[in-house]
Write a protein that binds this ligand. Structure first.
Ligand code: NAD
Length: 406
């Protein structure tokens, strides 16, 4: 586990990435949850067809404890040139440059964005700490950049006022804003989406999603402690994504149960969020008249991961599911067709083999007229905001709350 007490600050900050299976790690280090899932998303019988001879000029911000800046295959995608990179920590910035072969570095993402025009930058991938995503995304859109942001799109109740600003900045610039929701390109979610969009599942009735990530007694490292006492439903995208990235519907109402925790990060709510809950289970009404149950748990050891399943009026499909409308033989073909193959030499990456598919989706969105990215601005915000309201409901003992619609 990538915990805070395992971080011995002396020496290089890069030594602190114990537990994240990234290029920085040695063979002896543990693999952080999600980073062990690299092979499952690969397509077998498909051939990549070049779709453009252009290269998008991209900047990348953030090479934190998860090394997410370099983990999304920008440096190997044939339609990308990584022009500039940044991390506030000079050692991490240097590492990100080495890994991506970027020509330039900047001391902060803000500086990188200010120099975007001079660098002829077209797009920014934001892999910084969660609270910085929304302000940096707004600034980048205002500077005319397409934006792909790590999850979540906004961070908690205090950032709800940034939602109209993100929407406004995207509208005015006409640029893409997308969130890198890894669930969206997990094989089971790709299958769910493909079957749903093809009509095989009928009308949506009910979806379940779960994100289990045991925090342990030591918590998990993060820049300026943004993960300390983190309300589970402030990080709702890996469970909610099984509904929003399948149907592209939204959540309209929520009632959420928060479970009081004895883990040190949460005990007595003595944390930056005054949050006593390490697990939260939300029951949502969905925009199509159905329901969803979405669980995020930091204090349930044992089983871990991101899982989900959908039930429709004609059939059902998802993690652990083998029952749907008798189309088993068609499933493999359906999934293969639903994903664009990756270019040769581009590894799918971790979290269900989703990383490079998200990057490829973003690049296709920029270069191919009419290509709609999966986790677009509406789905990104729907997926995130609903969790903020779920946590608010949990603090009010499960009171039913209406969720603003995008
Ligand atoms: N499955 C998933 O989708 C998944 C998994 C892991 C992490 N994440 C997300 O990836 C992001 C990064 O995670 P992490 O654990 O590496 O974060 P972290 O907190 O360890 O590191 C954040 C990094 O961003 C840098 N940074 C902050 N503000 C900056 C700025 N203005 N300019 C330049 N650099 C800046 C910091 O110096 C730090 O190195 C997070 O948002 C997290 O939510 C997503």
């Amino acid at each position: 586990m990538l915990n805070r007490r395992s971080f011995i600050g002396g020496g290089s900050a890069l030594l602190a990435v114990a537990g994240c299976k990234t290029a920085a790690n040695t063979a002896n280090q543990e693999v952080m949850q999600g980073f062990d899932e690299t092979a499952v998303g690969k397509l077998s019988n498909t051939v990549w067809t070049p779709f453009s001879d252009k290269k998008v000029r991209v900047g990348i911000a953030g090479e934190g404890v998860c090394s997410f800046g370099s983990a999304f295959a920008y440096q190997t995608h044939p339609n990308v040139e990584v022009v500039s990179v940044t991390d506030l920590d000079p050692a991490r910035c240097k590492l990100l440059q080495e890994r991506t072969k970027a020509k330039k570095t900047y001391p902060s993402c803000e500086e990188l964005i200010k120099n975007a025009a001079a660098d002829k930058l077209e797009a920014l991938y934001i892999a910084t700490d969660a609270p910085s995503h929304a302000p940096l995304a707004i600034m980048a859109l205002e500077h005319g950049l397409h934006v792909a942001s790590a999850v979540p799109a906004i961070f908690g109740k205090d950032q709800l006022d940034l939602v109209p600003k993100i929407i406004d900045a995207a509208k005015k610039s006409g640029k893409i804003y997308m969130m890198n929701e890894t669930t969206a390109f997990r094989p089971e979610c790709v299958a769910m989406r493909s079957l749903f969009e093809g009509g095989a599942l009928g009308k949506h009735v009910y979806t379940e999603g779960e994100y289990f990530h045991y925090w342990g007694n030591d918590g998990i490292q993060s820049y300026k402690g943004w993960r300390n006492g983190l309300p589970p439903q402030y990080y709702p995208t890996h469970s909610n994504g099984f509904y929003t990235c399948t149907t592209h519907g939204s959540f309209t109402e929520v009632s959420c149960i928060g479970i009081v925790s004895d883990l040190p990060d949460f005990k007595g709510a003595k944390n930056p969020h005054n949050n006593p809950f390490a697990s939260e289970v939300a029951l949502f009404k969905t925009s199509d008249g159905g329901a969803a149950r979405m669980a995020v748990m930091w204090d349930a050891p044992g089983y871990h991961g991101e899982t989900g399943r959908i039930n429709g009026t004609k059939g059902s499909y998802g993690t652990y599911s083998s029952v749907y409308t008798g189309m088993e033989k068609e499933l493999a073909k359906t999934v293969e067709k639903a994903k664009n193959p990756l270019p040769p030499g581009v590894d799918a990456g971790a979290h269900g083999g989703s990383h490079a598919y998200l990057t490829d989706d973003f690049i296709r969105g920029i270069l191919i007229s009419g290509h709609k990215v999966c986790c677009d601005i509406k789905t990104s915000l729907d997926t995130t905001i609903s969790g903020v309201y779920a946590h608010m409901s949990a603090l009010k003992g499960g009171e039913n709350l209406k969720i603003p619609q995008i």
